[in-house]
Design a protein around this ligand. Structure first.
Ligand SMILES: [Zn+2]
Length: 332
């Protein structure tokens, strides 16, 4: 078991950096919560946030909480400003252990792998949270809020999910967690998607079952005729938009139309996910002839295999992760 302390910077009347309609305090809290959610697949990760809402905490309060808790690592999450572009990370410029340096190497690389773009380098600075943490501490500066191209990325839920995934993957490597391995049985819940329909499973769901579930879950009245036509497709997209709005505050128009706005709101859905977005993915995979066998809202090996099979057929990247490209091929 490792204790992971996530510190979303700023909060309350300290907005942090601002630009392009964005506030650093909100972005970093969003990223921290995504990391927290992603880490639930690792049973050896115990996670605490310095703040879970928009409140002010002094720098010393943040490290005091982490020190008292006995965290194994302190990860402070920030977004940069000053009109530059790209990602950089910091550790203390004082006397840090080689362990801290290796953690920075691993986490920095894992984040760059996920987000790409400009790598501004692994840096060192005399930041209070790095200096006063009694455990290895790293601070990430995730792009520049006042740079238009960076801000555009930071407005995408999909990109924020990747920023988080970079942190998550880095932490998993640092602590040697293996997802779904015998060493660390995965808790299948990277996304807290609420399953609003308590009906347990729809074995080998027919299109009729999908249609009637869409009607009851989203208050629709589409024909239950076991035929996949424009109406059923629209209902699935409408369900997806509803879920993205509810779960990720995507702010999408719920119109059942697949367009650039909905594409922009798509999040990565992958092994371990559970809930209504996974259910919609399974339903459309089934309809598209790549059935995951169970349409039960649980993204297990069969769903992953179905995603891969569809991706191969569609000629897109075969990674078993349903992201914007896969959803676009399924619905576009
Ligand atoms: Zn900051």
């Amino acid at each position: 078991m490792a204790k992971i302390f996530l510190d979303p910077g700023h909060g309350g009347n300290d907005t942090g950096a601002t630009g392009n309609g964005l506030l650093e305090k909100n972005l970093v809290l969003d990223i921290a919560k995504r990391i927290q959610r992603q880490l639930t697949v690792y049973s050896d990760a115990e996670v605490q946030l310095s703040r879970e809402s928009d409140i002010f905490l002094s720098l010393s309060e943040r490290t005091t909480i982490a020190n008292t808790w006995g965290a194994d690592i302190f990860v402070s999450i920030h977004v940069n400003a000053s009109g530059q572009t790209g990602f950089e990370s910091f550790i203390w410029n004082g006397n840090v252990s080689s362990v801290t340096q290796s953690y920075q190497d691993i986490i920095h690389a894992a984040i760059m792998t996920q987000i790409g773009g400009i790598d501004r380098g692994k840096k060192r600075a005399n930041f209070a949270v790095l200096r006063t943490s009694q455990m290895p501490a790293i601070l990430t500066e995730n792009l520049f809020i006042d740079r238009a191209e960076d801000a555009a990325k930071l407005k995408s839920n999909q990109f924020l999910e990747r920023v988080a995934q970079g942190h998550t993957n880095g932490l998993a490597e640092v602590f040697g967690w293996e997802q779904g391995n015998s060493g660390a049985p995965a808790q299948p819940e990277p996304e807290p998607e609420p399953i609003s329909d308590p009906t347990p499973q729809t074995p080998t769901g027919t299109i009729s079952t999908i249609q009637s579930t869409l009607n009851s879950r989203y208050g629709l009245n589409i024909a239950v005729d076991n035929i996949f036509g424009p109406e059923t497709k629209q209902a699935l997209i409408l369900g997806l938009q509803t879920e993205l709005n509810t779960q990720f505050n995507a702010g999408l128009a719920v119109d059942g139309i697949w367009g650039p706005q909905t594409r922009g709101g798509i999040v990565n859905v992958q092994r371990g996910a559970e809930g209504n977005i996974t259910w919609i993915l399974q339903a459309i995979l089934h309809i598209r002839g790549h059935s995951p066998e169970y349409i039960d809202g649980i993204f297990g090996p069969l769903t992953e295999a179905a995603v891969r099979s569809f991706q191969r057929d569609a000629g897109i990247i075969v990674d078993g992760i349903a992201g914007v490209q896969t959803f676009t091929s399924l619905f576009g």
